[in-house]
Design a protein around this ligand. Structure first.
Ligand code: C2O
Ligand code: CU
Length: 477
């Protein structure tokens, strides 16, 4: 039973507005101007009070534009501009997760840009090349900044799928390291960082208790699940629908496949297409079925006159993704080993010699993990390890990722959308992704065409793993 019910705005309603922003349930939508003018806005990063579920007082979250979670909607291929204004007490930047945009826009502090200091601003401008469900977040001291909630959702609309759904709803999954009085606990622990990560104590969907979403019988919904948690890997389960499928992975259209059992690691997105039963009072449950006792993520309920009867309907699938297709026969094969790691004495010496404290290097003091036996040494002016690989733009590559640790790692590559093509542990349904979950002992093959020139980060998106060594980069020239 959900303490919080809200009726949904139709997709048409979302798109009617001018550039003005308006509230939609617990989320917030910003419509592009009709007619294709550039969408331009300010994103003010700042602290904001917000009551998390089960807490007796507000928590001081960090977010954008005093809205949590902030949801932006833009059009594929149209110019988009966002000026980040930093009203936080700490420096920050915005990484646009999963977007294939130029390196200078990738938002990695000390790496693609200077960090944006308190009171300063930075202008991001690009045209999102691919449609889908994306998100954005800082990339330095992410344990604390994302731990406090600093992230937003970016939906890139595709004119090709207009009219496929009656409702389009973003569901942001995030846990919080908070006490009942709303104050934050330590965001990281050594025991967590060295293992599966430090879990939050309060779970939330769109910053609240699981929503109850009321729709008409027979309605077709697109649920855009975005896991922005730093640690948790839910396993999805859906029951009660007339029809349901995962129709996009990490925002990219896929051949529809069953929802049940799909694991959504940190940073991963799944778009679900759902057709509601044609009867009134029907209930559909979206759950995390990872543990023996399923956890509700959202409940859908039908009310009112039927919107549609079963029968002739468009298929529950999105128009094909339009991405550079790797040539598997011509591809160069590379290996990436995920292993435990150790502090590099060279790094400590470097920090000392340069008068830099390790805390300034977007790194915690501990090192537990490595990629290809190299632990990320942190970021700072003049501190840059060698790339993991040097690739040629336009050429095809296959990377075999081997997980030699006892924990799962959702591995993310910046600036590219890759194809997950093979696994030693299961029959993979080939699909597009930017973050792939690799299980202990598993070898997963990803394939892609090297994209825009730049140094593209690759790292685990369990943020404590990322910040204790499991990060590197790939150079594309
Ligand atoms: Cu979502 Cu390197 O990040
Ligand atoms: Cu990891």
């Amino acid at each position: 039973p959900s303490p919080r019910g809200f009726a949904m705005l139709s997709r048409r309603h979302f798109l009617q507005g001018s550039a003005a922003a308006f509230a939609a349930g617990p989320a917030f939508a910003l419509s592009p101007r009709p007619g294709g003018a550039a969408t331009s806005l300010t994103l003010t990063a700042g602290a904001m009070p917000h009551r998390l579920p089960g807490c007796s007082a507000d928590s001081l979250l960090w977010g954008y534009n005093s809205t949590w979670p902030l949801e932006l909607r833009v059009q594929r291929g149209r110019p988009f501009e966002a000026v980040l204004k930093n009203a936080l007490p700490d420096h920050t930047a915005i990484h646009w997760h999963g977007l294939r945009i130029p390196f200078e826009m990738d938002g990695v502090s000390y790496f693609t840009q200077a960090p944006v200091e308190p009171g300063q601003s930075f202008r991001y401008a690009f045209s999102p090349p691919d449609p889908g469900t994306f998100f954005f977040h800082p990339h330095c001291d992410t344990i604390t900044q994302l731990g406090r909630g600093l992230a937003g959702v970016l939906v890139v609309e595709d004119p090709r799928d207009a009219g496929l759904f009656d409702h389009d709803q973003v569901l942001v999954l995030k846990d919080w390291r908070v006490r009942r009085d709303g104050s934050f606990e330590d965001f990281t622990t050594d025991a967590g960082a060295a293992k599966a990560g430090t879990f939050g104590s309060v779970r939330s969907v769109n910053g609240a208790a699981p929503p109850e979403i009321v729709v008409r019988p027979g309605a077709r919904l697109r649920l855009r699940l975005v896991n922005i948690d730093l640690t948790r890997i839910p396993m999805l389960g859906l029951r009660g629908a007339a029809q349901a499928a995962i129709i996009a992975t990490d925002g990219n259209a896929c051949t529809p496949f069953p929802v049940d059992g799909w694991r959504l690691g940190p940073a991963m997105r799944a778009d679900l297409g759902v057709v509601m039963p044609a009867t009134e009072g029907a209930e559909v449950f979206l759950e995390d079925i990872w543990s023996t006792k399923p956890r509700l993520l959202a409940k859908l309920v039908t009310r009112g006159a039927a919107l549609r009867r079963d029968g002739a309907q468009p298929a529950l699938r999105l128009p094909e993704a339009e991405l550079p297709v790797p040539d598997l026969k011509a591809a160069t094969e590379l290996e990436m080993a995920l292993l435990a790691g150790h502090a590099d004495p060279k790094m400590e010496a470097w920090a000392k010699a340069n008068g830099v404290s390790i805390d300034e290097l977007c790194l915690t003091r501990k090192v537990f993990w490595s990629i290809n036996r190299q632990s990320w040494p942190g970021m700072g002016p003049g501190l840059k390890p060698d790339p993991l690989y040097e690739l040629k733009a336009g050429r095809s590559y296959v990377i075999e990722i081997f997980n030699g640790t006892p924990h799962l790692h959702p591995m993310h590559l910046h600036g590219h959308t890759f194809r997950v093509v093979a696994s030693t542990e299961e029959d993979v349904r080939p699909h597009w992704s930017d973050t792939v979950l690799v299980r202990p002992k598993e070898r997963v093959k990803i394939a892609f065409v090297a994209g825009l020139p730049g140094d593209w980060m690759v790292h685990c998106h369990i943020i404590e793993h990322q910040e204790t060594g499991m990060m590197g980069y790939i150079r594309v020239a």
